[in-house]
Design a protein around this ligand. Sequence first.
Ligand SMILES: Nc1ncnc2c1ncn2[C@@H]1O[C@H](COP(=O)(O)OP(=O)(O)O)[C@@H](O)[C@H]1O
Ligand SMILES: [Mg+2]
Length: 252
Amino acid sequence: MALLEITGASVQFGGLTAVNEVSFQAEPGEVRALIGPNGAGKTSLFKAIAGEEPLSAGTIRFQGAPIHDLTPHEISARGVRRTFQNGGLFGELTALENILAGLHTRIPSSFGGLLLGTRAAKTAEKNGTRKARALLEMMGIPHVADQWARDLSGGQQRMVEIVRALATDPPLLLLDEPAVGLAPPARAELMKIIRRLVEEENIAVILIEHAIEFVMTVCDTLMVLNNGELIAEGPPEEVRRNREVLEAYLGR
Ligand SMILES: Nc1ncnc2c1ncn2[C@@H]1O[C@H](COP(=O)(O)OP(=O)(O)O)[C@@H](O)[C@H]1O
Ligand SMILES: [Mg+2]
């Protein structure tokens, strides 16, 4: 049984088929990169996995159970976490507070208020803080913990977003263009960190990237989406030589 199993998944917006009968599986300890030109359907596929867009056909199973009829909140609670293409930190909170805010979404909202101030909540917060600091350390940015999010560099903000998602120990992490807007050295560093996270935490990562060259060294499996269809899937070196990929995606 695969951690994530997508079978014949389609997403439609009116008459437009954004994702067209896509099937693949993801396993723990694996980085899968999903590339494709703008409008290929990459984000729509992530939204379908996260429960933000309904499937018009197909199934999505996580840890053996179908999740395609669940709400985003339920899917997140099962351990599918994602970051967004356009960020989403609270600028007025510190990096650490942003990460802890992510943890609180795990506390059922009806109990959240009741729990505040109780011993259980304090223990949870203490453990969360420890985990958050350890992850920031691992990302190489322990010093940003108490800085306002709005004062961080673009690269640091991206890393904090990833830590926020990771702090909940998700078995599956979906990263939508995490390196967008970063200078090439920061991109390379971020990719290295993602690689290390997957190995150390034994999670599965699916990584959307616009540019093929940034994912060549980070991913185990490269998938190419074009016009909503998965046109190639395999080891990155192999996929890069695939003729259909060269023609459709690289335009050669
Ligand atoms: N909410 C929406 N309503 C209508 N069309 C959408 C919506 N979201 C995406 N699309 C369309 O679906 C296609 C795939 O978009 P998207 O998944 O964002 O592609 P990518 O992330 O690969 O750039 C595009 O043609 C886009 O215009
Ligand atoms: Mg997108």
